[in-house]
Structures are given as C-alpha cells and as structure tokens.
Design a protein around this ligand. Structure first.
Ligand code: GDP
Ligand code: MG
Length: 462
C-alpha cells in the first residue's frame, strides 16, 4: 500500500541531505516534490494545498536539532503534518451507551459493507470482548442476506434472519427488539449499497437511522477510489450524520489519496481500515502508523529519535575537523567511531530499522556481528597511545602483548588493522568530499537512502 507515494517521498528526502539548514530556498524543491507526490497519490487538491502550506510554515527557519541532518528534520515535519492531517490519534469506536450499541453501515455498492460487518464482528468479539448480533436490511440484491448469514456463521456471531418480503424498517425494528431481548452488546446493521444522489434510497437510510438511533453510523468506502472516497463520504454526510469512516481495500491501494483526504474533506475520522477479504483483515486506523508506512521508513522515525539522543555529534564534528585539517584517522578515532555505532544499538539493530533493507542480499545483515565491536574495542584498549596513533610500530612482540592483554587472537588484531587501513582510505577519500560523506563514514545518519551500511561500503565490514 502507498507504494508510489513512498517512493516519491523518499526520493525527495534524499535530495535534501547535505543541506546546511532549512530555509525558504532549499525546501522549495522538496516541497514541490511532496506536492507532486501527493497529487499523484490522488490526494484532493485542497488538502494538498493546505498541507504544503503547513509544512512550509513549520519548516522555514526551523532550527535543525543538533544531531539531525536537515533532511531528517524535514522528514519529521512532514511526518508530523501527515499525522495531523489524518486526525492525530486513533478514533475509537464509541460503544458507550445502553446496550445494544447500534452500528449502522452505509456506502455505495460493492465497497465492502457486508464483508466489513463480518470483520467488525470478529474485531468486537476478540478485541473488545463484546457480544454481537448482525442483521441485513439489504432487501434489494438477491442473496445479500444469505451472504451475511454465511459470514456470520464463519465468525460465530448471532445472525438475525430477515427476508426480502419485509421492508428495511420492519427488519430493523424487529432486530433491535431481539437484540435488546438477548442483551447483546452490539447490533451491526448491514444496508444495501446506494448513491448519495438516489433520493428515495437516501430517505430510506435516514428513516432507518431514526428508527435505530445508532451510536455509530459508519461510511464504508473503497480506498482505491482515491479522493472520490472523500467526496462521496462528504455527500453522504450531508444526508446522514456520519460518525466515522471505514476505508476498505487499503491492501490494494497503492496510492493513499483516500486515507489522506477523508479527514479533512469530511471532518470525520477514519476508524478502521480493511486490509483484505478475510474477516481478520481489519485494523484500527492509527494516523501515526499510516504516516510512517507512507513515508516508507520502517522505524526510521524512532531511529532518528534514537540518534538525537545518543549520537554525540560534537565528537563526530571534532573528528571531521581533524580529518579536514589533514590529520590521519588513527586507531583512537576508530575506537571512538566503534563506540558511536554501538551506542546506536549495534549494527544489527540499525539494519533492522532501516527502510528498504529488503533490497539486501539474504544473509548480508548477518555478516555484521556486534560481538566483534567489543573485541575490537578491547584490542585497541590494550594498546599504548603511541601504538594507537601510529599502528606502524606494531611488531611481533607488541602484537603478542596486545592480544594477551585483550584476550584475543593474533588474527583478530590483524583483521582490525586491516579494517582500520580500509577506513583510513575511506576517510582520505572523503577529505573534501563534503560533510555528508564524512558523517556517513562516521555512522551519522543521512536519512533514507544515505544511510551508512553495507550498501554504502563505508561501514567497516567484519
Ligand atoms: P458490499 O456490496 O458493500 O456489501 O460489498 P461486499 O462486502 O460484498 O464486498 C465486495 C467485494 O469486495 C468482495 O469481493 C469482498 O471480498 C471485497 N472486499 C471487501 N473488503 C475488502 C478489503 O479490505 N480488501 C480487499 N482486497 N477486498 C475487499
Ligand atoms: Mg453487501
């Protein structure tokens, strides 16, 4: 889901890396890209406009936190605004009423209403520990009632039988009475699909609403219709007081325009998303999680926050300075770098959290072994300062002393020296290669795409 949007946005952020600060000028390109990405994702134009304004307002002049790159700072803003756009928090189903709490579903034909009744039933039983009764007032489509009965059996909830000789109003009244009599917690009412412009059908559902007095009136809408989903929801809301939206077929929605447009256009929260055809495929809608999925960053955000906390940017900057002055990258520096990487939770955990790691050849992540960090640090600790600054003096007896002192093998020491040499070469190349490269070599983060790692080749391999 949200594939295209993800791709477009991560490209945008890559371009922003290496910028010194967020200014009106340097975020223009990024903003334009975000705008284009949102439009391509079929987000409604008014929503895009306001979104861009808000991001821009927040970004310009924003002080970039010490430990972040401008690209990361920008991502954080976009993420925060995406979350706000979708309503900030999960809007829970409101069931706080004298039972039965009636949930009325409405929507166009074929959007997934009946399937959603089954999904909601299962969710209510399993997650909310509620007893559920379902009923269909779809007397128009042959086999619609039968379809619900089958699904009700599958998820094991009470099914209130109805047939198409009855009127929807009759069925609703009888089902409500039965639900009361049986003390069920929730009565879910499935309705026939209809168009907002079909006046008799809209009158019918208004009447049902009056009879049932539902605590939740949910508009079920197909995510694949993009911004149209938001517009039809709005049209329905004008005739029927909706309390929320359920977005279906999000599993097939590569773009995300519906998820991003609904809240702002209708003022109604998305409460659940349907992620497949089976009764299990329903998730509460969490704006922050969706925003992260859209940005395609796995746990990128938490990683950025971790970096903010843990990576000592001053130390890194000192090292950069030293290299720029032409000083060599000695073993003491190497040790410092290893420490920084460890602070970040080790290579394995970094790789875990990095987006796009699916692209790595299988097993590549395992090639990096954290325990090696400790061993390497121990080796360097057993050296004198002179040896650390100038490893060239290491002869056989010195090496023996060091490996004995650190409880390691001569091969470990030799490997470390080799890796240090490689790093030195990388560092040399980076001299004048700009801050971005430098930080990458230091285990600093550069945002998606610019992350240090086996792909970048500047990370020591063990
Ligand atoms: P209704 O006419 O609104 O009651 O729609 P149905 O519940 O009968 O569903 C119409 C079709 O959409 C069926 O084939 C469902 O399996 C399918 N469907 C419903 N929800 C989802 C979903 O979240 N993901 C996918 N992929 N298909 C869904
Ligand atoms: Mg149906």
């Amino acid at each position: 889901m949200f594939d295209n949007l993800t791709e477009r946005l991560s490209g945008t952020f890559r371009k922003l890396t290496g910028k010194a600060a967020l200014t009106e000028n340097n975020i223009q390109d990024a903003l334009r890209e975000v705008r284009r990405a949102l439009l391509e994702a079929d987000v409604a134009l008014v929503v895009v406009k306001e979104f861009i304004d808000r991001v821009s307002l927040r970004a310009v002049g924003q002080e970039v936190a010490k430990s972040l790159t401008p690209g990361q700072a920008f991502i954080k803003i976009v993420q925060a605004e995406l979350v706000a756009l979708m309503g900030s928090t999960n809007a829970e189903l409101d069931l706080k009423t004298t039972p039965p709490a009636v949930v009325l579903l409405a929507g166009l034909q074929g959007v997934g209403k009946t399937t959603t009744v089954a999904k909601l039933s299962r969710w209510l039983q399993r997650e909310a520990k509620k007893t559920v009764m379902v009923v269909s007032v779809d007397v128009y489509r042959p086999a619609a009632i039968q379809q619900l009965q089958t699904l009700a059996q599958e998820v094991g909830v009470e099914f209130f039988a109805s047939d198409n000789t009855q009127s929807p109003g009759e069925i609703a009244t009888a089902a409500l009475a039965e639900a009361k009599r049986k003390f069920v917690d929730v009565l879910i009412v499935d309705t026939a699909g209809r168009l907002a412009i079909d006046q008799p059908m809209m009158d019918e559902i208004s009447q049902l609403h009056g009879l049932l007095n539902p605590i939740e009136t949910l508009f079920v809408v197909d995510a694949m219709t993009g911004q149209d989903a938001a517009n039809t929801a709005k049209a329905f809301n004008d005739a029927l007081p909706l309390t929320g939206v359920i977005l279906t077929k999000v599993d097939g929605d590569a773009r995300g325009g519906a998820a991003l447009s609904v809240r702002q256009i209708t003022g109604k929260p998305i409460k659940f998303i349907g992620m497949g055809e089976t009764p299990d495929a329903l998730e509460p809608f969490y704006p922050d999680r969706i925003a992260s999925r859209i940005l395609g960053m796995g746990d990128m955000l938490s990683l950025i926050e971790e970096a903010e906390r843990k990576v000592d940017k001053d130390k890194a900057a000192k090292l950069v300075h030293k290299i720029k002055r032409g000083k060599r990258f000695d073993l003491e520096d190497f040790k410092e770098q290893l420490k920084q990487m460890q602070k970040m939770g080790g290579v394995a955990s970094l790789i875990d959290k990095m987006p796009g790691m699916g692209a790595l050849p299988p097993g590549a992540a395992n090639m990096v072994d954290d325990s090696q960090f400790c061993r390497m640090e121990a080796i360097i600790n057993s050296m004198t300062m002179r040896e650390r600054i100038n490893p060239g003096v290491l002869n056989g007896s010195r090496k023996r002393r060091i490996t004995q002192g650190s409880g390691t093998q001569i091969q470990d020491l030799n490997r470390l020296l080799k890796q240090h040499k490689q790093m030195q070469k990388v560092m040399k190349k980076m001299k004048g290669g700009g801050m971005a490269n430098m930080m990458r070599g230091l285990g600093g983060l550069q945002g998606p795409g610019g992350f240090p790692g086996p792909r970048g080749g500047s990370f020591p391999r063990f």
